[in-house]
Design a protein around this ligand. Structure first.
Ligand SMILES: Nc1nc2c(ncn2[C@@H]2O[C@H](COP(=O)(O)OP(=O)(O)O)[C@@H](O)[C@H]2O)c(=O)[nH]1
Ligand SMILES: [Mg+2]
Length: 186
């Protein structure tokens, strides 16, 4: 029995337009699979992924994936309540989803407080249909105060694990250092 094993648990949410690939990213990370079509779900699903960080420290990410009713503000509010960390996701082939980034950040902060988040440009496998330049993304990532910007493909799996891992570690480090105050502490 490991008596000195400490478990740190954080709630993560994903914000971004419908269709950008939020559910697909979660499915890829949790189950390592990709399906072209998902049935809309009501409410939200919760997954847990534990990450062995170092001797004696395990970080658990509770990943909340919002379902098809995500356009409703009340649901998003319930969904985001108490979240510690987030992805804000857009689709690199969809300009409208990119232009919504600032609004998503404001919505996230309104419901969850000022929590750390990574900006994700998903569908990197569709590079030939790219509608958003890396320069534009670097700028908006800076403007909204994202920890980082990562381009992923839930379809091929490119950078998906890295993105979740990076968020997990950054979240742990920032809450432990006191840079952010965990809602779960109060
Ligand atoms: N080519 C490609 N399609 C993707 C990717 N991620 C998601 N999709 C597709 O985009 C659509 C919306 O994905 P979904 O995960 O349901 O988006 P959500 O509404 O943000 O949860 C689905 O048809 C997915 O198969 C990706 O990385 N590449
Ligand atoms: Mg979804």
């Amino acid at each position: 029995m490991e008596s000195s094993q400490k478990l740190y648990r954080y709630k993560m949410v994903l914000f971004g337009n419908m269709g950008v690939g939020k559910t697909s990213l979660v499915e890829r990370y949790i189950n390592n699979k990709f399906e072209e079509n998902y049935l809309s779900t009501l409410g939200y699903n919760v997954y847990e992924k534990q990450f062995f960080f170092e001797e004696g420290i395990t970080i658990s990410l509770l990943i909340y994936d919002i379902g098809g009713q995500e356009k409703f503000r009340d649901l998003r509010k319930r969904y985001a309540h108490g979240a510690n960390t987030a992805f804000i996701v857009f689709d690199i082939t969809n300009e409208e989803s990119f232009n919504a980034t600032l609004q998503w950040k404001e919505n996230l902060f309104e419901f969850a407080g000022e929590i750390p988040f990574i900006l994700i440009g998903n569908k990197s496998d569709l590079g030939t249909r790219r509608r958003v330049s890396k320069e534009q993304v670097t700028q908006i990532a800076y403007d909204v105060g994202a920890i980082d910007f990562i381009e992923t493909s839930a379809k091929t799996g490119e950078k998906v694990e890295e993105a979740f891992r990076q968020l997990t570690i950054y979240t742990y480090k920032s809450y432990v250092s006191g840079a952010y105050k965990s809602k779960n502490d109060t």
